[in-house]
Design a protein around this ligand. Structure first.
Ligand code: FES
Ligand SMILES: [Fe+2]
Length: 372
């Protein structure tokens, strides 16, 4: 019996959420406000803001904050709206600014630290002072190389909140890893269904034959769920190095991992939108960007150790190919679930004891404390 089976059973009557949670645009708006405005949202990797002027304008619902590195090397985030008449300042997804940020409408010009430097034709406006109109700041944080933004007021301390995870994953050295590849998927499913799908492996033998060959679906051990993350680990079968089509790796293992850590893959959903999959030789991330109640853009990226990347024979295709297939298998299941939830015959169904993380997540969605 593995540890997971020893966990207490779920409370009787534990059932999935009503369909409105997946179909009602009003519910979607309310969740967006709670989880994507009033929580830290992961938008990528800090390495994409390597030098002064580098910027990123991720799409988070109808918001396009500007994240950038200023001339002093400081990471900053601003709401993407001019202090004159509100125009979106930056309409590019990413790029490099040269010293300033200028509004395309009437050329109000801002320094990269948000100060308003110049406002044409405002000299004779009564009482006008540039210093009263800096860009509106948003929260920005670099956690272990992952770039986060906070759109609401008064961002809580992300590092404090995720400290136990930073400690648990220190051996993987996530901050040092570098992205080698990304694939973007347009998934016709509610964002919560993707977190559900990620948080259990009961569907694996039927749907992920390649994964099942390398890692047994019942080898999973979940850690007690928290308000901020849900996760666990699954063992690699004997003789399997990592998750690639043949179970072998052509890369060195990540240097901080001991022999025991090399025998497992860890899967963590950092709420609301970062999925961390830590392998012995690479990190895979998914960033979820909800677009509508029934649609989510998913960006999947593969990250490797700089020394592996520097080798002449470096090739991430094996890791990418394995997960691209598995991802698509998962999106299909999530899309079928989205469709089935709209059926006139749908009623909430019972969870098994191995769907404990899903129940915990649903409780968070309902505003209850997850059951540890
Ligand atoms: S709206 Fe930006 S300068 Fe006028
Ligand atoms: Fe899956």
């Amino acid at each position: 019996m593995n540890q997971d089976d020893a966990r207490p059973p779920l409370p009787p009557g534990s059932a999935t959420l009503p369909a409105a949670f997946y179909l009602d645009p009003g519910q979607f708006e309310a969740e967006f406000e709670r989880f994507y405005v009033h929580r830290w949202v992961c938008v990528g990797r800090t390495e994409s803001l390597a030098g002064p002027g580098d910027f990123l304008c991720p799409e988070i619902g109808d918001q396009r904050p500007i994240l950038l590195r200023d001339d002093g090397g400081v990471l900053r985030a601003f709401h993407n709206t001019c202090r004159h008449r509100g125009t979106r300042l930056c309409d590019e997804p990413a790029g490099r600014l040269r010293g300033t940020l200028q509004c395309p409408y009437h050329a109000w010009t801002y320094a990269l630290d948000g100060r308003l430097l110049g406002a044409p034709h405002m000299d004779d406006a009564p009482g006008f002072r540039c210093q009263d109109y800096p860009l509106a700041a948003a929260g920005v944080a670099d956690w272990e190389g992952h770039l986060f933004v906070f759109l609401g007021e008064d961002p809580p301390d992300l590092h404090a909140a995720l400290a136990p995870l930073a400690q648990r994953f220190a051996p993987w050295g996530m901050a040092q890893l570098r992205e080698a590849r990304r694939v973007t998927y347009d998934v016709r499913a509610n964002w919560k269904l993707l977190i559900h799908n990620y948080s259990e492996c009961l569907h694996c033998p039927m749907n992920h034959p390649a994964l099942q060959k390398l890692s047994h679906y019942l080898s999973g051990v979940n850690v007690p769920p928290s308000e901020r993350w849900l996760g666990g680990a699954m063992d690699l079968r004997e003789g399997v190095d990592t998750l690639t089509p043949d179970g072998r790796t052509r890369r060195p293992f990540l240097p901080g991992l001991d022999p025991e850590a090399r025998r497992r893959v860890h899967y963590y959903a950092v709420l609301p939108n970062l999925l961390l999959s830590l392998h012995p030789d690479y990190l895979m991330t998914h960033w979820l960007f909800p677009r509508a109640v029934d649609r989510t853009e998913v960006v999947c990226a593969w990250h490797f150790h700089p020394e592996a990347l520097a080798r002449a024979d470096f090739d991430p295709d094996d890791a990418v190919a394995f997960w691209d297939i598995t991802n698509r298998e998962d999106w299909r299941l999530s899309e079928l679930t989205q469709l089935g939830l709209a059926s006139r015959g749908f009623r909430p169904g019972p969870y098994s004891n191995r769907e404990d993380l899903l129940l915990a997540f649903d409780r968070i969605i309902r505003g209850e404390t997850p059951r540890a």
